[in-house]
Design a binder for this molecule. Structure first.
Ligand code: COA
Length: 261
């Protein structure tokens, strides 16, 4: 890879690349720079014939990624919020459309944008101590990186609404039982399991694999409008006092007081 990302660690061993989100002091929260770097890394991995599959994970066992960076979310207003959502969505869609299998290896928290990143991967392996959730409503926001679109498709509308409206993360056992993750393994074992899984998957014909991924996604033909609506609605909320208050309350480590405006 010709450039060195600052927020990600990337390696390629035996045809399997590992992309590690590396902001441990912020529970691997996804900031704007990281989205740019994810974009560049996935474009490069897509083109690299030496790579047959990709594992996405976070540094350490405490967090896969605890969401979009709330300090950045706090600065957004309507227009910039819509732009930020569209940018996050574009990165997630690029990952989803990678023509090689991508597995999320989830240790610890996969919340908000972190959960949406896991949803954009083709398969998910979670540790027993993982927690997955979309807590954005507690910030006065909604999921803005495609979560309102991908989650219902994966686990059904009723369960998706439960996760989004309730906001409490689900543990690995529940995540497995509702089809949110594909495998559950011991803490610290998700990357090894994902690599082993990919080793067997990538023995199959690469062209057929790319085509299968493309064909499965063709089952959802009217995706664009849903994503546009999500970005518009996310932008709308970024312009409200409630979003400013919700994000400020998190940063100031206090409970929010919402005023419905
Ligand atoms: N954005 C920015 N910073 C974040 C963050 C995020 N999404 N998640 C965690 N951090 C930061 C905290 O502000 C804290 O920074 P500080 O040490 O400078 O104060 C640091 O990471 C550690 O987080 P902390 O909350 O102290 O850890 P914890 O173990 O008590 O709680 C979580 C862990 C994941 C439950 C909690 O951090 C959390 O709820 N994060 C936000 C989840 C969220 O709402 N995500 C949706 C955003 S789209």
């Amino acid at each position: 890879m010709s450039f060195q990302p600052e927020t990600l660690l990337v390696d390629n061993e035996d045809r399997i690349a590992t992309v590690t989100i590396n902001r441990p002091d912020k529970h691997n929260a996804l900031n704007s720079q990281m989205l740019d770097e994810l974009w560049a890394v996935f474009e490069a991995l897509q083109e690299d014939d030496a790579v047959g599959g990709v594992v996405v994970t976070g540094t350490g066992v405490k967090a896969f990624a605890a969401g979009a960076d709330i300090a950045e979310l706090h600065q957004l207003r309507s227009k910039s919020g819509k732009r930020a959502s569209s940018k996050g969505q574009a990165v997630m869609s690029l990952i989803e459309s990678t023509g090689k299998p991508v597995i999320a290896a989830i240790e610890g928290y996969a919340l908000g944008g972190g959960c949406e990143l896991a949803l954009a991967c083709h398969l998910r392996v979670a540790s027993r101590t993982a927690k997955l959730g979309l807590p954005e409503l507690g910030l006065g926001l909604i999921p803005g990186y495609g979560g309102t679109q991908r989650l219902p498709r994966l686990i059904g509308k009723g369960r998706a609404l439960e996760m989004i409206l309730d906001g409490n993360p689900v543990d690995a056992e529940r995540a497995y039982s509702i089809g949110l993750v594909n495998k559950v393994v011991e803490e610290g074992e998700t990357v090894r399991t994902s690599r082993e899984w990919l080793e067997s998957i990538i023995k199959k014909a690469p062209l057929a694999m790319r085509t299968a991924i493309q064909s499965v996604h063709a089952a959802y033909p009217n995706r664009a409008q849903g994503f546009q609506d999500e970005a518009r609605l996310f932008g709308y909320l970024c312009g409200t006092d409630d979003a400013r208050e919700g994000t400020a309350a998190f940063l100031e480590k206090r409970n929010p007081g919402f005023h419905n405006r």
